[in-house]
Design a protein around this ligand. Structure first.
Ligand code: FES
Length: 114
């Protein structure tokens, strides 16, 4: 089991400090699947992980972004369709396989997936 913390980034615009939601999840599954099963509503994941929807968009905090495999051309192309503006560390969570090295990873959630 590893810990992943999700932050509702859009709440941070008020200037208030945002408390993250930390979930304990199994490795060997995608970040998207872990988030959906943990009830992270901001991950819509309409296509179920087939890389055809971009509604599983997350922004990986810098300390963790370098630990991820490089983004593929297919993932990058689909990210261009994300509803909220793509950022430097944007990824599609269905393409991130959780490994022990990602324990304590922190990700921000976009304002909207639609
Ligand atoms: S769940 Fe559809 S692209 Fe990730």
């Amino acid at each position: 089991m590893i810990n992943i913390t999700f932050y509702d980034t859009h709440n941070a615009n008020s200037g208030e400090r945002v408390a993250g939601t930390t979930v304990q999840v199994e490795t060997g599954q995608s970040l998207m699947t872990a988030a959906v099963n943990a009830g992270i509503d901001a991950i819509a994941a309409d296509c179920g992980g087939t890389l055809t929807c971009a509604t599983c968009h997350v922004i990986v905090r810098p300390a963790w972004a370098d630990k991820l495999p490089p983004i593929t051309e297919e993932e990058s192309n689909m990210l261009d369709f994300a509803a909220s503006p793509r950022q430097g560390n944007s990824r599609l969570s269905c393409q991130i396989e959780l490994t022990p090295e990602l324990n304590d990873m922190e990700v921000d959630l976009p304002l909207s997936q639609y």
